[in-house]
Ligand binder design. Structure first.
Ligand SMILES: Cc1cc2nc3c(=O)[nH]c(=O)nc-3n(C[C@H](O)[C@H](O)[C@H](O)COP(=O)(O)O)c2cc1C
Length: 188
C-alpha cells in the first residue's frame, strides 16, 4: 500500500497548517493510501550545526524524523509563510534529514518521493509565496512535487474549533491529498 507522511511546518497549538494538512491527509486516505500524520512538536531537534553533528552525530529526534521520511513513499507538507519563505523549524528538520549516514544512499529520504504542498494564512495570499521556495527546495532534494498546490487564504474564517469547516476548502485540500496519493502510487 502507498504510504504517505503528512506534517506541518508549525508546532503552534491551533496551527492553521496542521489543520489543513489533516484534511489533505483524509483525502489521501480516501484514495486508498496509508497515511501517517505527525506533529513536528514530537520531533524537536537542535538548530543544525556541523561541528555538533561531527561530535555527537544526528540527534535521536532528527533520526526518527528521517526514518519516517525514508519509510514513506510520499509526503503532504503544509507550511506557514514566514516573511515570504518557510519557517526555520521546517527547514531545520529537512536539513537534518538530508544528512547521510553509513549504509544510506545520498538524500535517501527525498529522492524519488512525491510531495503535495500547501499553505494556510489569515492573510489574503494564503501563503502562496512560501510554496514557490518550498517547491524549489524539495525538487532540489530529488522529490517530485505535484503541479497542483493549495494556498488557503483567510483560513481563520474557514474554521471552527480548530478544524477546517469550509466545504470548498475541504474539497480542494482533499483533492490535493488524493492526487498526491495517486501519483505516489503510480511511481511506486
Ligand atoms: C516571523 C513571521 C513572519 C510571518 N510572515 C508572514 C508572511 O510573509 N505571509 C503571511 O501570510 N503570514 C505571515 N506570518 C503570519 C503567519 O501566517 C501566521 O503566524 C500563521 O498562523 C502561521 O501558521 P500556523 O498557524 O500553521 O502556525 C508571519 C508570522 C511570523 C511569526
Amino acid at each position: 500500500m502507498t504510504k504517505i507522511l503528512a506534517f506541518a511546518g508549525s508546532t503552534r497549538k491551533g496551527s492553521f497548517n496542521q489543520a489543513i494538512v489533516n484534511v489533505a491527509a483524509e483525502g489521501a486516505r480516501e484514495a486508498g493510501a496509508e497515511v501517517t500524520v505527525i506533529d513536528l512538536a514530537d520531533y524537536q531537534m537542535p538548530l543544525f550545526n556541523e561541528d555538533e553533528e561531527a561530535k555527537f552525530g544526528i540527534p535521536e529526534k532528527a533520526q526518527a524524523f528521517k526514518a519516517l521520511l525514508m519509510s514513506h513513499d510520499g509526503f503532504l507538507i503544509a507550511s506557514p509563510e514566514y516573511n515570504s519563505s518557510y519557517p526555520a523549524l521546517l527547514k531545520n528538520a529537512i536539513d537534518w534529514a538530508s544528512r547521510m549516514e553509513e549504509g544510506e544512499k545520498p538524500l535517501q529520504a527525498y529522492r524519488g518521493k512525491v510531495a503535495g504542498i500547501m499553505a494556510a494564512s489569515a492573510g489574503g495570499l494564503g501563503g502562496m509565496r512560501v510554496l514557490v521556495v518550498l517547491r524549489m527546495l524539495l525538487e532540489n532534494l530529488g522529490t517530485i512535487v505535484l503541479p497542483n498546490q493549495k494556498a488557503i487564504a483567510k483560513v481563520n474564517t474557514l474554521m471552527e474549533d480548530g478544524e477546517i469547516t469550509d466545504v470548498k476548502a475541504i474539497k480542494q485540500l482533499k483533492t490535493l491529498g488524493k492526487e498526491t496519493a495517486e501519483l505516489t502510487a503510480k511511481l511506486g
